[in-house]
Design a protein around this ligand. Structure first.
Ligand code: SF4
Ligand code: SF4
Length: 504
């Protein structure tokens, strides 16, 4: 049984891309053995880095908290297996394209011994939503669809708005990536269970679970669990496979026909979107006491001997995963973390798998698209842009470094999907240019904020000095009045003191 296609909203633009998923979905999910060493970056999420709370030489157990968040936005990090902390040092990481970032390194002991939870949690359904949200925060769960926004904080923000639909995102539209597909096929129960926990945390009565129509096995598995549970709040929707319909705003538009305003969030139109992997991670934490210490990752591409999906401990290096998948083929040339459209090329396979790593893609050399030519104003880029931007105009303003027009033409709404690049007959690397321009705008904003803070400090200091000067003058006037009565010697003494304030 598969879900019927519902009336759908209209997705602007987008592209039908070759899937390249058959290789990795042929088999079951493989569990990668615990490696001899795990490397855990302290920043695996949007927000502030977590702060290590363990020292070198300390022994840790699987699931033990090793870095905690002390900022307004962040997520804690837990040991993915038992062993000894051997270093807290800089190590190549994927978010920096293979350049080093701060990490906690665990030498595993092979026992994989888990921490014992002394407190038994009551069933989630008996917890008030606020308590449940705080519990989710402790599990280190972040958005596993790629955004890695700390989940509990996203839910807390949503709880301040009028939300009427939870949307579970099973739309995995980027080529090559299939980790969500196999998750839904093999762990549909946990995905749906996670949706029910999320609905309780948000006090919601409606959840759409959205899957593309080219994933019949996933649709069947979810349908089966839903029939078993007979929970009328859950509705399965199937959508056509068009890239990038899995983008949050695009999905909201497609499923509810509501348009997320420019610069806004799905919660502005009453929706909260969570990835299916995030829902399963919440289930694992709330029902099984297992924090986010592993994830399913696709390892694929013509540069990999045996494409597959693996469940790997967070901190396993890409090299370990490639080995497990039979190693590189002779044609392997490029290593990308993520998919071909939104992933990051990295310079080394020493980078570890993090919470965000949905795919390790190894490709042969792709033929060069040809030299970059001038824009011919064909408009193809605008026709495919899912955010209805005008990429050719943005490109113009990006070249001119024109922040005002970049903003007014909606650069900050660009989701960096890469559709415009793909169709541009002039081979202009539009997305790359937009990413750079966004970086510059962010830097300018940071600079402005820094300048504003410095101005405030300067003004506060001036006010203080003026106040102190005025106090001193009043005091002097008072003393003069008193001294006038006392005679000229007292006045001379007061003036002497005024002229040498530092000696007082
Ligand atoms: S990369 Fe940005 S501008 Fe280009 S199609 Fe995607 S959203 Fe539009
Ligand atoms: S697709 Fe390329 S050539 Fe055509 S308008 Fe856009 S930027 Fe210019």
């Amino acid at each position: 049984m598969t879900a019927p296609t519902f009336d759908l909203g209209k997705l602007h633009g987008g592209l039908r891309l070759p899937a390249h998923k058959a290789g990795s979905t042929n088999n079951t999910i493989y569990d990668i053995p615990v490696p001899s060493q795990l490397v855990l970056p302290i920043l695996q999420h949007v927000g502030d880095p977590a702060q290590p709370i363990v020292g070198i030489g300390e022994r840790v157990l699987k699931g033990q908290l090793i870095a905690e968040t002390d900022g307004a936005l962040g997520a804690p990090i837990h040991a993915s297996s038992s062993g000894k902390i051997v270093a807290i040092e800089r190590w190549p990481i994927s978010r920096r394209f293979g350049d080093p970032g701060p990490c906690i390194v665990i030498k595993t002991d092979g026992e994989d011994r888990a921490i014992e939870h002394v407190v038994t949690r009551p069933p989630y359904a008996s917890l008030p939503p606020d308590t449940l949200l705080l519990t989710i925060l402790q599990g280190g769960v972040v958005g596993l669809g790629g955004a890695v926004f700390p989940t509990a904080q996203k839910l807390m923000q949503a709880n301040t708005c009028q939300i009427d639909h939870l949307i579970l995102n099973g739309v995995e539209c980027e080529p090559y990536i299939s980790c969500d597909d196999v998750l839904m096929r093999e762990r549909a129960h946990e995905v749906i269970g996670g949706a029910q926990i999320l609905m309780h945390a948000l006090s919601l009565d409606s959840c759409y679970i959205v899957v593309e129509s080219d994933k019949p096995e996933a649709l069947d598995a979810l349908s089966e669990v839903m029939t078993e549970l007979a929970d009328e709040r859950l509705v399965l929707k199937q959508v056509p496979s068009i890239y990038p319909s899995g983008g949050e705003d695009q999905l909201v538009q497609l499923v509810t026909n509501r348009e997320v305003p420019s610069g806004g969030l799905p919660s502005d139109v009453g929706c909260l979107v969570q990835n299916v992997g995030t829902a399963a991670a919440i289930y694992d934490w709330i029902q099984n006491n297992e924090p986010l210490i592993s994830r399913i990752t696709t390892i694929t591409g013509d540069g990999i001997a045996q494409p597959m999906n693996v469940r790997a401990r967070i901190g396993t290096t890409v090299a370990d995963i490639v080995n497990f998948a039979g190693g590189y083929t002779d044609v392997a040339k490029q290593l990308i973390i993520g998919g071909p459209m939104t992933g990051k090329s990295v310079s080394t396979d020493r980078v570890p798998i993090v919470k965000a790593t949905n795919c390790v893609l190894v490709l042969s050399e792709t033929p060069s698209p040809g030299p970059e030519l001038p824009c011919i104003r064909c408009g193809d880029c605008a026709a495919v842009c899912p955010v209805q931007l005008l990429p050719q105009q943005l490109f113009w303003y990006a070249c001119a470094d024109d922040e005002k027009h970049l903003r007014s033409y909606g650069l900050t709404d660009c989701i960096e999907c890469g559709c415009c690049d793909l169709v541009c007959p002039s081979h202009i690397p539009l997305t790359f240019d937009f990413r750079k321009a966004k970086g510059r705008i962010r830097e300018l904003a940071d600079e402005k904020a820094r300048a504003a803070r410095a101005r405030l400090r300067f003004e506060a200091r001036n006010e203080r000095l003026e106040r102190e000067q005025s106090d001193r003058e009043q005091e002097l006037a008072k003393q003069k009045a008193v001294a006038k009565k006392a005679g000229p010697a007292a006045i001379a003494e007061i003036l002497k003191r005024k002229n040498k304030p530092d000696e007082e």
